[in-house]
Design a protein around this ligand. Structure first.
Ligand SMILES: Cc1cc2nc3c(=O)[nH]c(=O)nc-3n(C[C@H](O)[C@H](O)[C@H](O)COP(=O)(O)OP(=O)(O)OC[C@H]3O[C@@H](n4cnc5c(N)ncnc54)[C@H](O)[C@@H]3O)c2cc1C
Length: 338
């Protein structure tokens, strides 16, 4: 294909703002272009990376293969009844713009996921979540092209094996598919989910019954006050997942740290905020030249300007080692290391 570019700078395409190059770069706008590209490259042994908004990746060096930037746009109502709308959305649509569109239409279900950066196609991969809602709660299905065969597959809810920041696309099917479209089932009679974080406090200021727009506005205000904006300081949101431990392990740590925050998790397990573990190990606000741990958010590793991805990766390893040593808890990276 003629529109393949060489040695493309990836700095504008990753929210960490890391300077790295893609050996080959192609942008695809629809399924036909994707299939044509895969057909042309069937014999190539170049590694391939599918890219959305670049807000959940850490580039540790130049990418010596081909990056496929997905720009598939469009949204259409596939089905509709009294209660729901089934909206099929192109993988290259901006996630937050989609949330704003649904809120405007009065379709509920994703308002708590306002202001999460990135594209629609990546959202099911780590089952994006915030403020008590995950995409799995509204997910109907997705379409994806198998990179090896070029064949289109449809994945329904149970096929995706969603978990906390997890799905089949982070495990068995990792790097195997190019997601082209995602269909969500949105509610025409939304039930608000306001129990999480400080949403309730924000909504208490209103003198009328809140709407999904009010929930979205509250989430946006809370996020803007708490999370660093990647346009100002490079980051990829939470760098680690919150670990889950068993009751016995929890009680051992709690005996020493009675103020440790925790939440009940599935199967009688306990979820511990990774931010608390990292902060307790003394990492919050630590700066090493051009990279470090955010001063207000221990879970967010940052690039102050000219950091390289390997430095940030090494810092994440040091943090994991220190949490392991202090709490015997193994942290897992949420960000995709490339
Ligand atoms: C400030 C900030 C706040 C954040 N807050 C949250 C939050 O509250 N909750 C949350 O869950 N996440 C959060 N994130 C993480 C991030 O926004 C999400 O993971 C988002 O879904 C990533 O989308 P993306 O398009 O940028 O993905 P990318 O970073 O481009 O890609 C992520 C992974 O998905 C793959 N991929 C991307 N598109 C496709 C596709 N079409 N087909 C196949 N594979 C693909 C990539 O290869 C890569 O492995 C935050 C990030 C930032 C920077």
């Amino acid at each position: 294909m003629s529109n393949i570019k060489q040695n493309k700078s990836l700095k504008p395409y990753n929210s960490f703002g890391i300077e790295a190059k893609a050996r080959h770069w192609i942008e695809i706008n629809n399924e036909e272009e994707a299939t044509e590209f895969l057909f042309d490259n069937a014999d190539s042994d170049h590694p391939m990376l599918i890219l959305g908004g670049g807000s959940n990746i850490l580039l540790t060096g130049d990418f010596e293969g081909v990056i496929v930037k997905v720009n598939i746009k469009g949204q259409e109502i596939m089905d509709e009844d009294e209660d729901s709308v089934f909206l099929r959305v192109g993988a290259g649509e901006n996630w937050h713009d989609l949330v704003m569109y649904c809120v405007e239409q009065g379709w509920g279900g994703i308002e708590n996921l306002s202001l999460i950066p990135g594209c629609v196609g990546a959202a099911p991969i780590q089952n994006i979540g915030a403020y008590g809602v995950e995409i799995k709660d509204v997910f109907d299905s997705l379409e994806a092209i198998h990179l090896g065969s070029g064949v289109t597959h449809e994945f329904f809810h149970e096929d995706c094996q969603f978990g906390y920041r997890d799905s089949i696309f982070k495990r068995e099917a990792k790097g195997e598919f190019l997601i082209t479209r995602v269909t969500l089932q949105l509610s025409k009679d939304p039930v608000l989910n306001t129990s999480y974080g400080t949403i309730e406090e924000e909504l208490a200021k209103l003198s009328y019954a809140p709407t999904i727009k009010d929930v979205s506005d509250a989430v946006i205000r809370i996020r803007q006050s708490k999370l660093p904006d990647p346009k100002e300081i490079g980051n990829a949101g939470s760098f680690f997942k919150n670990p889950v431990i068993d009751q016995e392990h929890f009680e051992t740590i709690q005996a020493e740290y009675p103020n440790m925050p925790y939440y009940p998790a599935e199967d009688n397990q306990i979820k511990i905020p990774a931010a608390w573990l990292i902060q307790t190990c003394g990492w919050k606000g630590k700066r090493f030249g051009d990279y470090g741990v955010h001063k207000d958010q221990a879970l967010v590793l940052v690039n102050f300007g000219g950091a390289n991805g390997q430095d940030i990766y090494d810092l994440s390893t040091r943090i994991m080692e220190s949490v392991q040593e202090t709490f015997q808890i193994e942290l897992e990276r949420e960000v995709n290391v490339i």
